[in-house]
Design a protein around this ligand. Structure first.
Ligand code: BJW
Ligand code: ZN
Length: 240
């Protein structure tokens, strides 16, 4: 076992208090495409062109077709060994919080319980008029774009798009989880989308040990205590 993995394993073993932040990379081995890079493309669009209020106002059908496609992929997907390693970790640590940027629900499916979804949930539709949130697991959707059951207005995915504000209660809970932990583990995120990208730095600045697992180095890797390069589905089971 390589020295970095041994060191990270010892740090994790010696704490009872850990906060994890995950991104699209943890679901890549469940065959869910990540956002950036070639495989992030859907048709000819990049996520930055679709995950916006502006795109939705211009062409709600197009944006909903993207989400409908992703719902289809996620419905077929199963958690991978990286997800399950985090379930074992939660079972062992009395103070454990899992913050995820993913909207795919695979952490819940694997069995994690104390989860904060910072970018929303793929299976929820929010009315653009009355704000009611509907749970909807139809794949494909019966109607694109879907309408609100309450007031017949346009529904939108209950997710956080670019330039939208993450609810303050969610940010508060993430900051509390960082404050309470001794170790922060950051898995499979490119670290370019704020405010998630700064959470590891917040942890560092407040004296926590930060461990990163990613296929590649990220803009913040050099600020962290340990940066392990590799697939989360292979590294996390070794680590945890
Ligand atoms: C593996 C692997 C394997 C692969 N094992 N690893 C400061 C400066 C500049 C801009 C901003 C700023 N502050 C805010 C902004 C604007 C913006 C932003 O950050 N832009 C940047 C792109 C520059 N942020 C926002 O707009 C946020 N809101 C906000 O700040 O409000 C205030 C405000 C208001 C008005 C104006 C400006 C600010 C909201 C951000 C919401 C992001 N939403 C999305 C869509 C969610 C719904 C959906 O899924 O459809 O969230 S975009 C997309 O990116 C999605 C993801 O959660 C998020 C992060 O992506 P992630 O998870 O990191 O994925 P990838 O693909 O980028 O990376 C995958 C990684 O995995 C890679 O590193 C691989 O190497 C690795 N990997 N396989 C391990 N097997
Ligand atoms: Zn409504």
């Amino acid at each position: 076992m390589d020295d970095q993995i041994k060191e990270a394993k010892a740090i994790i073993n010696s704490t009872s208090s850990i906060t994890v932040l995950t991104g699209a990379g943890i679901s890549a081995e469940s065959r869910i495409p990540t956002f950036r890079g070639e495989e992030g493309l859907w048709r000819k669009f990049r996520s930055e062109e679709l995950a916006t209020q502006e795109a939705f106002q211009r062409d709600p059908k197009l944006v909903w077709e993207w989400y409908d496609w992703r719902r289809g992929l996620v419905k077929e997907a199963k958690p991978n060994p990286g997800h399950y390693a985090l379930v074992n970790l939660e079972n062992e640590k009395p103070n454990f919080t899992l913050v995820t940027q993913n909207i795919d629900g695979l952490h819940q499916l694997a069995g994690n319980r104390n989860i904060i979804e910072m970018h929303g949930n793929l299976w929820q539709i929010r009315c653009t008029s009355c704000g009611i949130i509907e749970q909807n697991h139809d794949v494909p959707l019966k109607e694109i774009p879907p309408k609100c059951k309450n007031c017949d207005s346009l529904g939108r995915p209950n997710v956080v798009w670019f330039e939208e504000i993450i609810p303050i209660s969610i940010i508060d809970n993430i900051l509390i989880a960082i404050e309470r932990c001794e170790v922060m583990l950051i898995v499979g995120t490119s670290g370019v989308v704020e405010p998630a990208a700064s959470m590891g730095l917040v942890a560092k600045h407040t004296g926590k040990t930060v461990i990163e697992v990613n296929l590649e180095t990220t803009p913040n890797s050099s600020h962290y205590d340990i940066s392990i390069l590799g697939k989360s589905g292979e590294i996390l089971p070794m680590l945890l």
